[in-house]
Design a protein around this ligand. Structure first.
Ligand SMILES: Cc1cc2nc3c(=O)[nH]c(=O)nc-3n(C[C@H](O)[C@H](O)[C@H](O)COP(=O)(O)OP(=O)(O)OC[C@H]3O[C@@H](n4cnc5c(N)ncnc54)[C@H](O)[C@@H]3O)c2cc1C
Ligand SMILES: *[C@@H]1O[C@H](CO)[C@@H](O)[C@H](O)[C@H]1NC(C)=O
Ligand SMILES: *[C@@H]1O[C@H](CO)[C@@H](O)[C@H](O)[C@H]1NC(C)=O
Length: 422
């Protein structure tokens, strides 16, 4: 009789390899979790090793403050579906804005008239057998769940360890230098270092961001109790269309006792970015402008503006960058995911969703394919068209939100028709 055969699993190109990741943001962390998920069946000696370097400290990344973002479920696979595949949907939902008491039924996305009558109100429809719904969540709360999941999945995270540069070395490998002078080599480098990607600026020609034509300024209004937040921005979020002089407005709940306001305007040149701590006279001027802007909208906006915590006020430019595909043979084993590849402005309302989808698709393609070149090709075929589409939609959104004159009339008409069917 034959001895029992010890089945030898076919080897995979990633067996025993080391993957370096620059950036423990949404894309970098989700990639680590997704890869571990794909290679869950393998022994610890063959499973690829993931080492993440993050510029900021753990505290800075997951601390309480931070803007809120929407995780969506309405595309084929939005961020919500990816979290579900990663086994993190419920955990993330439990720390989302929607989980707060009284809002369990879920708020919805709106397009409002300046007086906050809705043109369109899109109530989140549960999707699929698991009835997944979109949610709004603080970026930091999402990052905390992802960071712990990444560590649990076996990834190493080095906080306060910025990647200063990277280069190709022999045998098709790659080497990164950290800002403390340490040098680490690996087989693959994932650039997940955000829209102002250090690696992109060093290693790619023309990696700059493009100005999307509008600047924004925002603040968070803080109230003593949940009941004090003006309706509907205690649970609904959305944009205002048709405000005076092409003023854009976005409003959203943040947590039990706070809501965000964000105004925007078209300018031909970017504005000076401002964030805490803003010099007092500059802050005063900005708040005066804000009060004027608020006067053209429903009174609830004035209420939000006067309840603003001054430390949360900031001014920023809407910037973006077209997605690009990779060539391992010419550029080496470096792959750009999330904002490091295709930055989208907040008007896309989708950057974090793209980052999650990129992470999942790259990990799946790596598992599925027989070489890195093939995997990256499969990945690019999904990621590039998806991000191009979102970028285009974000430019339409900017156009609609800041429309004036005839264009505004036209958009208003379309929105009214949509409102009839939503
Ligand atoms: C105001 C605002 C509102 C938004 N609203 C939404 C929304 O509603 N829906 C949505 O889906 N998206 C939204 N976004 C976009 C979303 O936040 C981003 O698209 C998402 O965070 C991208 O994830 P990322 O991992 O690619 O980049 P990031 O989250 O930016 O992470 C990059 C990480 O890399 C680190 N890093 C940078 N340089 C280095 C270095 N040299 N070495 C090591 N680490 C480095 C950074 O510290 C950071 O942790 C919004 C963004 C803003 C600014
Ligand atoms: C530099 O940082 C890395 C990652 O945090 C760490 O492992 C290494 O020991 C540090 N090197 C020096 C010289 O401090
Ligand atoms: C896996 O590979 C097969 C064959 O190459 C391809 O048809 C399929 O789309 C791939 N799936 C993913 C997730 O890359």
């Amino acid at each position: 009789m034959d001895p029992p055969s010890t089945k030898v699993a076919p080897s995979h190109f990633l067996d025993g390899k080391t993957i370096l990741v620059s950036g423990a943001g949404i894309a970098g962390l989700a990639f680590a979790v997704a890869l571990a998920h794909q290679f869950a069946g393998e022994t610890s000696t063959t499973r690829p090793r993931v080492i993440i370097f993050e510029r900021d400290s753990y505290e800075e990344r997951v601390g309480r403050e931070g803007y809120t973002l929407s995780l969506r479920t309405e595309y084929n696979a939005g961020g919500g579906q990816i979290l579900d595949r990663l086994g993190l949907y419920e955990q993330v939902r439990s720390v989302s804005v929607n989980a707060k008491e009284g809002a369990v039924e879920g708020g919805s996305f709106n397009v409002w008239h300046p007086d906050f009558r809705p043109f369109v109100r899109l109530a989140a429809q549960p999707i699929g057998p698991k009835r997944l719904v979109g949610m709004r969540i603080r970026r930091n709360a999402l990052q905390k769940v992802l960071a712990h999941a990444a560590i649990d999945s076996g990834a190493e995270i080095h906080w306060q360890s910025a990647v200063a540069s990277a280069k190709r070395i022999k045998d098709g490998r790659v080497e990164v230098s950290l800002d403390n002078g340490s040098i680490i080599s690996g087989d693959i480098l994932i650039a997940a270092d955000g829209s102002r990607s250090k690696l992109g600026s060093l290693l790619r020609p023309n990696h700059d961001l493009d100005y999307a034509g509008v600047y924004c300024w925002s603040g968070i209004a803080k109230y003593a109790s949940p009941e004090a937040i003006p309706k509907p921005v205690n649970r609904d979020w959305g944009v205002v269309v048709g405000a005076k002089d092409g003023l854009g407005g976005f409003f959203s709940p943040v947590d039990e006792t706070s809501s965000l306001w964000c105004f925007s305007r078209r300018t031909s040149e970017p504005k000076e970015p401002l964030r805490y701590p803003i010099p007092q006279d500059r802050l005063d001027r900005l708040m005066e402008e804000t009060t004027d802007a608020a006067a053209s909208l429903a009174p609830l906006v004035k209420n939000l503006v006067s309840a603003t915590n001054p430390d949360t006020v900031m001014q920023f430019n809407a910037m973006d960058r077209k997605p690009f595909s990779h060539s391992i043979s010419t550029d080496g084993p470096s792959i750009y995911i999330g904002d490091a590849n295709h930055a989208v402005s907040p008007f896309a309302g989708a950057g974090a969703n793209l980052a999650l989808m990129d992470a999942w698709d790259l990990a799946a393609a790596m598992k599925n394919c027989s070489s890195l070149g093939e995997a990256v090709k499969a990945y690019d075929a999904l990621a590039v068209p998806r991000a191009s589409k979102i970028l285009k939609i974000s430019h339409w959104t900017i156009d609609i939100v800041h429309a004036t004159g005839i264009k505004l009339l036209l958009y208003t008409l379309i929105l009214r028709v949509l409102g009839l069917f939503a």
